[in-house]
Design a protein around this ligand. Structure first.
Ligand code: PHE
Ligand code: NA
Length: 501
């Protein structure tokens, strides 16, 4: 069985691969700004509460499911109960959608690593990014190809397909073994260089100065739970898939603690590096730190950092370290989400590694290039990202948690399985968190997000998205993955014994 599905050669490789999945764009460009916006130093409290009460417990649930039932999400859920298979395919669908746009960001970052030397953006990084580089059109009007994005996007997919075709250990595992240490070095170097910039201290002050009143705001707590779920890559099949590749008799809870705390450690490091650099920029331009951050996310990486690279001593070095880190962190995450889809297709249709990789990744790459490599790419990315995060990741997480705990009543056997080979024991507290506390917290975040999106259509009020775009790419993509998931679950398993496990 291990021969057929593939397996990680050791616990260490699994841990590195899991860290590779967890550490991604979310750590580098999302966490620092979310923390800054939501109470600064005071954000530590909701963040740690979310990590300990929801993040790590849910990570262990995913590990338990994948490790005990030894399958991709559809196979694992089907083995728990035949009727639950659709839940697994829903998770697979979400992964496919995320991969399609995540790859585009990496393609941009590759080009920007080179631009760090040429400073192709000149004196106006914002204008360059939207205009010359992405050639963004008015929402929905045209979709002309943009060669400067399409070409690196094709290269990115070719690379990822090659690595995935090599299999679980030689592809996924080996990539993480190489990329994660290099990432730690390159990002560590970036942090050190940034800390020496004049004004770095004021950036750290801006990030860490606690605003205690934030703790009374429900939105701050929601932001903390949202960040933890996205950042740990939990609840949508990645950790189920990776855990299914781990030898039986392996300590899973212990591994979970290592992965959870490494990911958070990297977030803290990223916060320091990014805000040190922003502090320099703020001092250089005489603006407040919050103003030069570009709003976090895409703006932080592709507009604020180029401005820093223009002004800072050793700007090119900062640029290369930053964008190379982004690419390294992102590739291992992109591999992990694409692997979920490949693994599911292999389990269900019993096809070989290379064939499955091509059958799955070529269509994904094609859609990715056609939609994201055009003048409408940025709009599509913005909308899909927003909706699939809220009504994909968070929703499927709550639903699967409730189904596993209350529908299938699987927690006692999962707890017994996790405890079998571990010194860290999950007990009653774990079952209470997973069964009650986490679903309620997440449910609250979700309802709040839903109400917000219904009341105010997502987007910039100054340049609103056409309703059809929100309907198709937003609600449509989040809804389509549910429907497609339950259709796929109706198909027959290729081998009658697959479900016996
Ligand atoms: N956990 C990753 C991060 O923090 C994000 C990610 C999302 C990874 C989706 C894989 C899939 O960036
Ligand atoms: Na992360």
């Amino acid at each position: 069985e291990e021969k057929r599905r593939g397996a990680f050669s050791s616990r260490r490789v699994f841990i590195l691969a899991a860290i590779g999945s967890a550490v991604g764009l979310g750590n580098i460009w999302r966490f620092p700004y979310v923390a800054y916006e939501n109470g600064g130093g005071a954000f530590v409290i909701p963040y740690l509460v979310a990590l300990l009460t929801a993040g790590i417990p849910f990570l262990l649930l995913d590990y338990g499911i994948g490790h005990k039932f030894r399958g991709s999400p559809p196979l694992s859920f089907a083995r728990m109960r035949r009727g639950a298979e659709g839940l697994g395919w829903w998770q697979v669908g979400i992964c496919a959608v995320i991969a399609i746009y995540y790859a585009a960001v990496l393609a941009w970052a590759v080009r920007y690593a080179f631009f760090s030397f040429t400073k192709a953006w000149g004196a106006d990084p914002a204008g360059f990014f939207i205009g010359e580089f992405l050639q963004v059109s008015d929402p929905g009007v045209t979709a002309e190809p943009v060669a400067g994005v399409m070409v690196p996007l094709v290269v990115m997919w070719a690379l990822v397909i090659a690595m995935l075709a090599l299999g679980v250990q030689k592809g996924v595992g080996a990539t993480a073994m190489v990329f994660i240490p290099v990432l730690v070095l390159s990002f560590g170097a970036l942090v050190v260089v940034s800390l020496f910039l004049p004004g770095a201290g004021s950036g750290l002050d801006a990030l860490f100065t606690p605003s205690w009143s934030a703790l009374a705001e429900p939105t701050v707590w929601a932001a903390a739970f949202g960040q933890i779920f996205f950042s740990l890559s939990i609840g949508f099949g990645i950790m189920i898939t990776y855990a299914s590749y781990v030898h039986r008799h392996t300590d899973m809870p212990g591994s979970g603690l290592v992965v959870g705390f490494s990911n958070s450690g990297f977030e803290l490091l990223a916060g320091i590096g990014v805000f040190a650099a922003l502090g320099f920029m703020a001092q250089d331009t005489g603006q407040p730190v919050g103003e030069v951050a570009g709003g976090g996310g895409v703006g932080l990486a592709f507009i604020a950092f180029p401005a820093i690279i223009n002004e800072a001593p050793a700007g090119a070095l900062i640029g290369v370290l930053f964008f190379v880190s982004l690419v390294l962190a992102g590739i291992t995450s992109l591999i992990s989400i694409t692997e979920v889809v490949i693994s599911a297709v292999r389990d269900k249709f019993e096809i070989g590694r290379v064939a499955a990789t091509l059958v799955v990744a070529l269509p994904m790459a094609t859609v990715s290039v056609l939609f994201l490599g055009t003048t409408s790419g940025l709009h599509v990315l913005d909308i899909v990202d927003h909706f699939i995060n809220q009504f994909g990741i968070l929703l499927v997480a709550v639903v699967s948690m409730v189904v596993v705990v209350w529908g299938l009543r699987a927690l006692p056997q999962l707890a017994a399985h996790l405890n079998d080979h571990s010194s860290v024991h999950v007990g009653l507290w774990w079952r209470a968190l997973i069964g009650v506390v986490t679903p309620i917290a997440l449910g609250y975040v979700l309802v709040d997000a839903f109400v917000t999106d219904v009341q105010t259509p997502y987007g910039d009020p100054e340049a609103p998205y056409p309703t059809w775009m929100l309907a198709v790419f937003g609600w449509g993509s989040a809804g389509a993955v549910v429907v497609i998931g339950f259709v796929l679950a109706r198909l027959r398993w290729r081998s009658a014994t697959a479900l016996d496990g």
